[in-house]
Design a protein around this ligand. Structure first.
Ligand code: B16
Ligand code: MG
Length: 221
C-alpha cells in the first residue's frame, strides 16, 4: 500500500494525558473508597469516559444508578479539565512535531482519531490545533474503540480510503479499532502489549517517513 494519510490517536501518542486521567479518577475513587492503582489505570487507556467509570465500579465492586454514574463522570471530567487547562506545548511527546512536519512535506494528510471529548481543548492548550487536516474525536462519534467509527470518520473527513490510512495507537482497543477499519496500524508502546499492531515503536521519536515507507512496502493489510 501507499500511505495517503496518517491518523493519530491523541492521549498516549501525541501527548501524555494518562497521568491527568489517573489523577482525576484517583480523586473520585478516593472519595468513593475504591482502591484504584496506576496499574488499574492501564485498563482505561483508549476507553470512553463512561466505560472507564464502569471498569472502576467493577474494581470497587460498587453498583450505582445511571443518574449517579453521570454525576460522578461529570465530577471526574471537571477535575480533569482543571488539570489539562494548565497544559503547555512542552507536554507534546518527543518526535511528534518533527514527524508530522515530515509527513506534511511528503503531502501525506494527517488527522486525529481520539476517543476523548476533550480533544479540542488539549490541542489548543499544547498549540497544535492548526496542524491537522481533520479531527475526529469523542464529540463526533457514537461508538467507542474497538469500534472503527472514529478512524473511519477521520478518513471520510479527509477523503482518503481506509486502506490508504495508517493509524498510530497506544491502546489495545485502539489497535483493534484500526484493524476493524481495515487500516494499517503502528502501535506506540510495547510489542508484548500491542500484539495485533502491524509494527510497534516505543514512541513517535522512532518514526520517520523512510521507516513508514519500509513498513508500508513489507506489511500486508
Ligand atoms: P474524555 P485517546 C482516550 O483518548 C483516553 O485514552 C481514555 O483514557 C479516555 O477515557 C478517553 O479518551 C475519553 O476521554 O473523558 O476526555 O472524553 O487515547 O482515544 O486519544
Ligand atoms: Mg491513546
Amino acid at each position: 500500500m501507499r500511505t495517503g494519510a496518517c491518523i493519530f490517536d491523541l492521549d498516549g501518542v501525541l501527548v501524555d494525558t494518562a497521568k491527568y486521567h489517573f489523577k482525576a479518577w484517583k480523586r473520585l475513587t478516593d472519595m468513593l473508597g475504591i482502591d484504584f492503582t496506576e496499574n488499574d489505570n492501564e485498563r482505561l487507556k483508549g476507553v470512553s469516559r463512561m466505560a472507564s467509570l464502569e471498569i472502576i465500579l467493577e474494581i470497587g465492586n460498587m453498583q450505582l444508578d445511571e443518574r449517579k454514574k453521570l454525576e460522578y463522570a461529570t465530577l471526574k471530567n471537571n477535575w480533569y479539565i482543571e488539570y489539562i487547562s494548565k497544559m503547555t506545548p512542552s507536554e507534546i511527546l518527543p518526535g511528534c512535531i518533527r514527524f508530522i512536519t515530515e509527513l506534511k512535506k511528503e503531502k501525506i494528510l494527517i488527522a486525529i482519531g481520539s476517543a476523548s471529548k476533550n480533544t479540542p481543548m488539549i490541542l489548543e492548550r499544547v498549540g497544535i490545533q492548526g496542524m491537522f487536516d481533520a479531527v475526529a474525536d469523542g464529540n463526533n462519534i457514537t461508538k467507542a474503540k474497538p469500534d472503527p467509527e472514529v478512524f473511519l470518520k477521520a478518513a471520510e473527513m479527509i477523503g482518503i480510503r481506509p486502506e490508504e490510512c495508517v493509524v498510530f495507537e497506544d491502546a489495545v482497543a485502539g489497535v483493534q479499532a484500526a484493524l476493524n477499519a481495515g487500516m494499517m496500524c503502528i502501535g506506540i508502546g510495547s510489542p508484548e502489549v500491542l500484539t495485533k499492531a502491524h509494527f510497534v515503536v516505543p514512541g513517535l521519536y522512532e518514526m520517520n517517513v523512510g521507516k513508514l515507507r519500509e513498513i508500508e512496502n513489507v506489511k500486508q493489510l
